[in-house]
Design a protein around this ligand. Structure first.
Ligand code: CA
Length: 233
């Protein structure tokens, strides 16, 4: 995966680039806004842009706007400014996520994976009809869940939740990812509502094992009956 790292501060950019390379990313670093805009349009085209807001020429907001004019590449804004207004502005300009300095390296890597996965999932149209283990059929077009042609009536959130888990059956979806996508909720938001919906969903489908709990991480759908679900590392 190609990372375009836009950061004018060598003391931040160098260790970050090194760390990312150790995680098997290829890193191209730019120290100016104009350089970043050019690099985003160049080859190899980046899979993700890590964008510092405070740059010596044009600032990160402007860089974000210019990249967005011609590219849907995921952008994570990196900022030393923690004020809410900056965060909102960053996201309104088309950034996909933001991190406030100082941040942990592991958190950054997790965000990179989450953002690229989310964007990738949007690009590939989902098959409308998905067969789940246990004989359930989920139809995204009609938003119906059926079992032996009998509809199981779900609330909107319950359906969205199940449809999200069905995007990659057997893969663990983290609580944060589910909250973000189904509830549009803040990363640090309350998570109890998720457990309530999972419990209700399990009860309605009458097959509690269909949705598996991955303790401390999230949830996944049971794959084919009898086979062990693949682990998500
Ligand atoms: Ca800077």
């Amino acid at each position: 995966m190609h990372v375009l790292l836009v950061e004018d501060d060598d003391a931040i950019a160098a260790p970050l680039a090194k760390g990312l390379e150790r995680q098997n990313f290829t890193v191209h670093r730019e120290a100016t806004g104009l350089g970043a805009v050019a690099a985003a349009a160049g080859t190899p085209s980046p899979n993700i842009v890590l964008l510092d807001l405070g740059l010596p020429d044009i600032d990160g907001y402007e860089v974000c706007r210019r990249i967005r004019a011609s590219s849907a590449v995921p952008i994570i804004v990196i900022t030393a400014r923690g004020e809410e207004i900056d965060r909102v502005l960053g996201l309104e300009l088309g950034a996909d996520d933001y991190m406030v300095k100082p941040f942990g390296f592991r958190e950054l890597v997790a965000r990179i994976h989450a953002v690229t996965r989310r964007v990738g999932a949007q690009e590939e149209p989902e098959e409308p009809i998905v067969q789940l283990s246990g004989g359930f059929t989920l139809d995204r077009r009609t938003r119906r869940l059926t079992h032996d042609d009998t509809e199981i009536v779900l609330t909107r959130k319950e359906f969205d939740l199940l449809a999200l888990l069905a995007t990659d059956q057997g893969a663990t979806h983290t609580r944060e990812e589910i909250l973000e996508q189904v509830w549009d909720s803040n990363w640090y938001g309350p998570t109890k509502t998720l457990d309530v919906h999972i419990a209700s969903l399990r009860k309605k489908v009458g097959d509690p094992g269909l949705i598996e709990t991955v303790r401390g991480v999230g949830f996944r759908l049971r794959t084919t009956d009898g086979s062990s679900p693949r682990s998500d590392s």
